[in-house]
Design a protein. Structure first.
Length: 235
């Protein structure tokens, strides 16, 4: 983790005691065992249950992310995350909630031991569709939704860390709440300026839309456990 690397550099080089990292690049991938529940309305305004009526199955979804952090307080840090979330069920039914997040965020400049707190804004670009057996055509879910972003990291400085992350927005009967909780471990590898981390956790997405916004009414939750690997490079 970033704090652990800064401590190691300071301990090894006393002349750099007052220096901070110039930048940090993080990149990683995880596999999310996602399972959907809830209901959507078809073209005749009939409520269709994803589990009972469609038999939507859990799927292993891939999640990729990359982020860039720097020490300039005014300029935002950047994070991009892509989630492939394509779930299928009976009679060729499909719920595709795949999306890409573009996040700008800032760190809270408070000296809280062991904690990093970040806040910002996310633009979530959905690029999917919902296909119901009762509909002649699929309902397109290609739209962009702005959300607030909050991230809290806990670093024990002994290799173990924890993370809580939230993206959320609610307006006029539409909304998305995306929460992620994870614990991880930084592998004790003697690689300067590089951390390799393994982690596991739980992620849940709640999506509500109405026909005035995306032409289909939904009340869907997708949740499940995930496991992943990420690499952090700091200079």
């Amino acid at each position: 983790m970033k704090k652990l690397l800064a401590i190691a550099i300071t301990a090894a080089t006393p002349m750099m005691a007052q220096a901070d990292l110039l930048f940090t690049i993080d990149a990683g991938a995880s596999v999310w065992n996602a399972e959907a529940s809830g209901d959507v309305d078809d073209t005749n305004n009939n409520s269709i249950d994803l589990d009972d009526d469609l038999g939507i199955k859990s799927e292993q979804s891939n999640v990729l992310f990359a982020s860039f952090e720097h020490p300039v307080p005014v300029l935002p840090n950047i994070k991009i995350m892509k989630t492939d979330l394509d779930l299928s069920g009976n009679a060729n039914s499909q719920v595709d909630l795949s999306h890409t997040d573009f996040t700008l965020y800032w760190g809270v400049p408070l000296p809280i031991p062991f904690f990093d707190i970040n806040f910002g804004l996310t633009a979530r670009q959905f690029d999917g569709e919902i296909l119901l057996p009762t509909n002649t055509e699929s309902e397109d879910l290609s739209f962009t939704m702005p959300m607030g972003y909050l991230n809290v990291d806990f670093d024990s400085h002994f290799g173990v860390y924890a993370r809580a992350e939230l993206n959320a927005l609610s307006f006029d009967g539409n909304g998305v709440t995306d929460t992620s909780l994870a614990v991880g471990y930084t592998l004790p590898l003697p690689i300067p300026f590089v951390d390799i981390n393994i982690e596991a956790g739980h992620r849940a997405i709640n999506l509500m839309t109405d026909k005035d916004t995306v032409d289909i009414e939904t009340d869907v939750e997708v949740s499940g456990m995930f496991a992943g690997l990420n690499v952090s490079i700091g200079l």
